[in-house]
Unconditional design. Structure first.
Length: 278
């Protein structure tokens, strides 16, 4: 077995890995559920490579993500559900169907008209999907209702943002950022009360409410909360690395350093950043 640029080679490799008698013991026992976390993780690693503008890593991570698609398709094929070819056929059919202005005849010649056309086509697809689900005996529709189009599988911050944007389309929204700040203060008060109650489930509930309100203020000031938090994560990494490096240079360790010592170094890192910005 040798590497190849042909997608069929990757499919052959996955088939070999899943062979009960001669395959890989780890790959053989995997299911949709067990590899689901890896699929999500690979998508995040693709995003990370893009943010770092690392083309070598991006190529590698896209390959890892593609492997996840092939893995899921192989499991489905073994179950008699669908194959990788069916996945490709489904997505190519969808893209052709949703772009009649490119692959057929359509009057949509502006971004706005294309968006309207896209929504009409998606509505028709939704009806067709409901019919297929009904034939398979699936009666419950998790995509029903006005908020049904918002995917539950995306990051929670992104889901919160999408839910708020969707609700705002019918007027369920604040008119300005200031009332949201009042709401945030209200949620902080309720979180304090929950902490005082000593009930973990109440704390989790109020913490979720507070985060949801913070997402809302981000939306109103045109700041994506996922990107904002990712930027803060990067800043935290940078400042903590300064703490670790400074301790090492002075013959100290993270484990032995006091909180006060680490806080001093944290403030020093902030001061250095301010000088760079200024």
């Amino acid at each position: 077995m040798e590497a190849s640029k042909d997608i069929s080679r990757l499919i052959e490799i996955m088939e070999a890995l899943r062979q009960p008698e001669t395959g890989c013991p780890w790959d053989i026992v995997q299911t949709f559920e067990t590899i689901k976390p890896y699929t999500v993780e690979e998508a995040y690693e693709v995003a990370d490579a893009i943010e770092r503008n690392d083309m070598d890593d991006l190529c590698d991570e896209l390959g890892d993500l593609l492997l996840q698609v092939v893995f899921h398709a192989r499991i489905a094929e073994e179950m008699g559900e669908f194959s990788f070819g069916d996945v490709v056929h489904a997505v190519t059919s969808k893209m052709i169907r949703r772009h009649p202005h490119v692959f057929a005849v359509s009057a949509a010649d502006t971004p706005e008209s294309v968006k309207i056309q896209w929504d009409v086509i998606k509505a028709a697809e939704k009806r067709e999907r409901a019919e297929r689900r009904l034939k398979r005996g699936i009666t419950g529709d998790f995509k029903a209702g006005f908020l049904g189009s918002i995917q539950r599988t995306q990051p929670a911050l992104t889901e919160a943002l999408k839910l708020q944007e969707q609700a705002a389309r019918v007027g369920f929204d604040w008119s300005a950022p200031e009332p949201i700040l009042d709401k945030i203060e209200e949620e902080i008060k309720e979180l304090r009360e929950a902490l005082a109650s000593g009930k973990p489930e109440k704390v989790a509930d109020e913490l979720g409410d507070l985060i949801f309100a913070l997402v809302n203020i981000g939306r109103h000031v045109k700041t994506d909360p996922e990107n904002a938090l990712r930027g803060t994560n990067t800043k935290f990494r940078r400042r903590f690395n300064h703490i670790e490096t400074s301790l090492t240079e002075n013959g100290e360790t993270l484990e032995s350093a006091t909180l006060e010592r680490m806080e001093d170094l944290w403030q020093a890192a902030k001061a250095i950043e301010r000088q760079i910005v200024d």
